[in-house]
Design a protein around this ligand. Structure first.
Ligand SMILES: NC(=O)c1ccc[n+]([C@@H]2O[C@H](COP(=O)([O-])OP(=O)(O)OC[C@H]3O[C@@H](n4cnc5c(N)ncnc54)[C@H](OP(=O)(O)O)[C@@H]3O)[C@@H](O)[C@H]2O)c1
Length: 332
């Protein structure tokens, strides 16, 4: 395997689907890695193992995506490491970290934690690092079929809500909270709306950077169920769940294959042309699919973006030129 002088930043790359993607990116594609996350010990262990197995350089980067201050500090550190040549130039940003919670809770910034972790932290991260990304680089979002209420996946954990950033960020603070399943599905709809809006903004500014959404499919054996009740975690370890999922027509992933798909989308040149698209791992195949009807609402995507800039308190100086002009939304 030939080492390529480029690095891929992946959030949540020390476990689950992210680790399988990291193994592909390091071991097959030969790219250096930056593992961004909040769990320093497991990240250090994963970095050492990946480095030893593949011979590439793997740099752990402390970053809690549920804290805007932590994202700013981590991005600033990475910019310095790139600028001083300690980390190879950035070729891709993989926004993979994500969580589903069992109860509604709030981050240090006061935002609902599903929206903050899965959407807001990554949204800020992209703003802070886009000017360090290669001109033909990639941004990949790990989304989920749960975002689409017209599919069995989308009915499994709760139908996605209106992608209203203001309401989602403060869900439950003034009135009854939404179901945690719905908050998760909606966060994944927002990931896809962000991916498509990023694609439109990049193209409007003449950029060749690709922005791609990816659904790994329902994937057991990762840490994804860790916040769920013990009975749900136990069921997830039995053959019953895959059997029922198949019968229901749910999209079936496996963390080895789905992780490899994510790695390929991030590092294989063949996927540069997939910008603005939604790719899915289903039963051993990586295919392009239509995402939900709501995800193609251009006005909703622009409004979500506009509102998220304000909620994440992204100042003029933090908006990279590739994301200008900062078009106002046409509705709302
Ligand atoms: N498994 C599925 O069925 C499935 C299906 C569709 C989509 N997905 C999506 O796939 C992605 C990976 O999930 P997975 O199944 O591999 O689950 P996982 O094993 O739990 O991995 C999630 C990763 O996100 C990280 N993370 C969570 N909260 C974070 C935070 N505040 N700051 C930084 N990192 C944080 C976790 O790190 P810690 O170790 O610090 O918690 C972990 O590395 C997620 O975006 C998930 O929504 C999963």
């Amino acid at each position: 395997m030939e080492r390529v002088m480029a690095s891929v930043l992946i959030t949540g790359g020390h476990g689950g689907i992210g680790l399988a993607a990291a193994k592909y990116i390091a071991g097959v594609a030969g790219r250096d890695l930056v593992l961004a996350g909040r769990s320093l010990a497991p990240m250090g262990d994963a970095a050492a193992a990946l480095q030893q197995a593949s011979g590439v350089k793997v740099t752990p980067l402390e970053m809690d995506l549920a804290s805007l201050g932590s994202v700013r500090a981590g991005a600033s550190r990475l910019r310095t490491l790139i600028d001083e040549g300690t980390v190879a130039p950035l070729e891709a940003i993989v926004c993979n970290a994500g969580a589903r919670f069992n109860t509604v809770g709030y981050t240090v910034d006061g935002f609902e934690r599903t929206f903050a972790t899965n959407c807001l932290g990554h949204f800020l991260l992209i703003h802070l690092l886009l000017d360090r990304l290669a001109a033909d680089g990639r941004v990949v979002f790990t989304a989920s079929g749960t975002h689409d209420p017209a599919t069995p996946d989308g009915r499994l954990v709760g139908r996605a809500l209106e992608p209203d950033a203001q309401r989602l960020a403060l869900d439950g603070k003034a009135g009854a909270p939404s179901s945690t399943g719905q908050l998760y599905s909606t966060s994944k709809l927002c990931n896809i709306l962000n991916a498509y809006e990023l694609h439109r903004r990049l193209r409007a500014n003449g950029s060749a950077v690709a922005s791609i959404a990816f659904d790994p499919g329902s994937t057991l054996g990762t840490g994804f169920l860790r916040n769920m009740p013990a009975i749900v975690q136990w069921l997830g370890r039995t053959p019953l769940v895959p059997w029922v999922s198949r019968r229901m027509g749910v999209t079936i992933g496996s963390f080895g294959f789905s992780g490899e798909c994510l790695g390929r989308i991030a590092a294989d040149p063949a996927y540069q042309s997939a910008s603005g698209k939604y790719l899915q791992s289903n039963d051993g195949s990586l295919v392009e699919r239509r995402s939900s009807k709501a995800s193609y609402d251009v006005a909703a995507g622009a409004k979500l973006w506009h509102d998220m800039v304000r909620i994440a308190d992204i100042g003029e100086g933090e908006i990279p030129s590739l994301l200008e002009p900062h078009r106002p939304p046409s509705r709302g």
